[in-house]
Design a protein around this ligand. Structure first.
Ligand SMILES: Cc1cc2nc3c(=O)[nH]c(=O)nc-3n(C[C@H](O)[C@H](O)[C@H](O)COP(=O)(O)OP(=O)(O)OC[C@H]3O[C@@H](n4cnc5c(N)ncnc54)[C@H](O)[C@@H]3O)c2cc1C
Length: 500
């Protein structure tokens, strides 16, 4: 559905209609109903890029099953679980906000965008089994993860996820399982929230509109936008711009010319899934199962076998597999995107990345040249009895990994998300993809605190925030707040239909 409403000189312009813009727009409007907000989106329909259900794994990242959030085993054998605890806390804020949105009738039935699914970690081989046991010891000590179970018993693991053990050869295996994990359709929740925003006074959404330039003014920005139907370019003046353009954020940030954009680069990595729709197989896997990263794979490429609910149907996804691309956006990207993003201020960083990350380069070469048989070999690590005839390959989204200067000398590939804000706090942009959509509410809270202190820094603003996200200013990681966490979590889970 095309959207074509325009607000002249709005207070806020949101570029892109993905999960980040959708949440920022709605939280802003809830905090200040008088705010005038304009969304621009280059595609026809909303949230068709990374946030679209088929373009990401839909994992509500809460640190339960993703081994990449607990990579360090200490010399004494214990595992550092602090990152997993932090992600859980961040995801909890998203759950609470969605629970509020359902309760207020803003987004319709929760089943359409969030479903409960157990989160499982699965490993094989003695070393990995030891690691998983140590990880479980570390996590189960914390009130977030008390319900997590650990087992090395094949019959038990088979009762959690039969496909993992069927046809498996000898050798030690282990798994952890926790109910309370989620599968989220981030595209759907984005469209629902934007639908609510579009119905509010003073808000406009224009799709088929590409933001082509950003010029700084005395107290904000002139946003130049091309209407892709007519070719006409118009300028809309605003006080604040959020660049939530996903892969399109880096080029826009570079166009803004702000000092904070200097030296930043981006490197796109395409994704693909193996998909199985056979109801007899799908019915036998009711979990998200994450394993260890393959040898040289970057953390975002850890494979997983997921039960998904997409377009109202149950399906299985396995992957992601990486593909080569020079486009920054799956739908509206151009093959020149990567080359045009190379500037004098980031050239040295990009060259250093290439030379200093040969493992990543080797991984991409290996991934880009693999055959269906190679992909099935990886799937067999999880599902030994899988048959190639039941699986097809489909495209996933593109991640543009943020590349930045760290100390003026070395460049690093940044696998996390990075919020870039100028000194005047009139523009914020989001780069990077992981843990991404799951922690969108925490990212938005950071932007609100930084750029909209008048809305969230007052007692009224704080009270309103607490209504929407009860844990927004409580450290629920602390043992003394365990009861508060349990109560607020139960309420959100009930609203979202995650528990009966
Ligand atoms: C393969 C893969 C798997 C992933 N798995 C997970 C997962 O399991 N869990 C999780 O939490 N996250 C996951 N992510 C990350 C998650 O998808 C992203 O972090 C999140 O969707 C980013 O949302 P966004 O709103 O920033 O960007 P997007 O959803 O990409 O939205 C950006 C929008 O901006 C528009 N746009 C771009 N340029 C312009 C312009 N110039 N003018 C107007 N509009 C423009 C685009 O068309 C697009 O609609 C995954 C990502 C990938 C690629």
């Amino acid at each position: 559905m095309k959207h074509s409403s325009h607000i002249e000189n709005p207070d806020v312009v949101l570029i892109g209609s993905g999960v980040m813009s959708a949440h920022l727009g709605v939280l802003l409007k809830c905090l200040d109903p008088a705010l005038r907000i304009q969304v621009y989106e280059v595609t026809d329909e909303l949230a068709q890029e990374s946030s679209h259900g088929w373009n990401n794994a839909g994992t509500g990242h809460a640190g339960i099953c993703e081994l990449s959030y607990t990579p360090f085993q200490r010399p004494d054998g214990s595992v550092d679980v602090s990152k997993a605890i932090e992600i859980f806390e961040q995801f909890e804020r998203s759950l609470q906000f969605w629970g509020f949105a359902v309760g207020e009738g803003m987004v319709g039935a929760p089943r359409e965008f969030i479903n409960p699914v157990p989160h499982i970690s699965f490993v094989h081989g003695e070393k990995q089994v030891d690691f998983l046991q140590a990880r479980h010891r570390g996590l189960a000590d914390h009130h977030f993860f008390q319900a997590m179970e650990f087992s090395t018993d094949r019959a038990k693991i088979g009762s959690w996820a039969p496909l993992l053990v069927e046809g498996r050869g000898e050798g030690p295996v282990a798994a952890t399982k926790m109910d309370g994990g989620t599968d989220v359709n981030f595209g759907d929740i984005s469209r629902k929230l934007l639908g609510w925003l579009a119905r509010q006074d003073g808000c406009g959404i224009a799709s088929r509109h590409r933001v082509v330039d950003l010029d700084q003014t005395a107290d904000g920005w002139d946003v130049r936008v091309r209407n892709l139907e007519t070719g006409a370019v118009r300028t809309n003046r605003t006080h604040f711009v959020f660049v939530g353009a996903g892969g399109g954020s880096l080029p826009l940030l570079q166009k803004s010319g702000i000092a904070e954009s200097k030296g930043l680069g981006g490197f796109p990595i395409g994704g693909q899934w193996l998909v199985c729709d056979d109801p007899r197989i799908v019915a036998r896997h009711k979990a998200k199962v994450y394993g260890q990263a393959l040898d040289t794979a970057p953390t975002m490429a850890v494979p997983h076998l997921d039960r998904r609910i997409l377009d109202g149907r149950d399906t299985l996804l396995f992957g992601p597999f990486a593909t080569w691309t020079t486009k920054f956006l799956h739908r509206e990207g151009r093959v020149t995107d990567l080359f045009l993003s190379v500037k004098p201020d980031n050239l040295a960083t990009l060259v250093k990345i290439g030379v200093g990350n040969l493992d990543l380069v080797r991984y991409l070469v290996q991934q880009g040249t693999q055959s269906m048989a190679d992909r099935m070999e990886v799937l067999h690590v999880f599902y030994p009895a899988a048959d190639a005839k039941d699986w097809k390959l489909v495209d996933a989204g593109i991640r543009v990994q943020a590349i930045k200067k760290t100390d003026g000398e070395a460049g690093i590939v940044h696998y996390g998300t990075e919020v870039i804000t100028n000194a005047q706090r009139t523009i914020s942009a989001l780069l990077g993809a992981s843990p991404g959509a799951s922690v969108c509410v925490s990212i938005v809270l950071e932007i609100l605190k930084n750029c909209f202190p008048r809305l969230v820094g007052t007692p009224t603003g704080q009270a309103r925030l607490r209504q929407m996200i009860p844990t927004c200013d409580v450290d629920i990681k602390l043992p003394e707040n365990a009861a508060f966490f349990a109560e607020t979590h139960r309420r959100a889970a009930l609203n979202l239909g995650l528990v009966a």
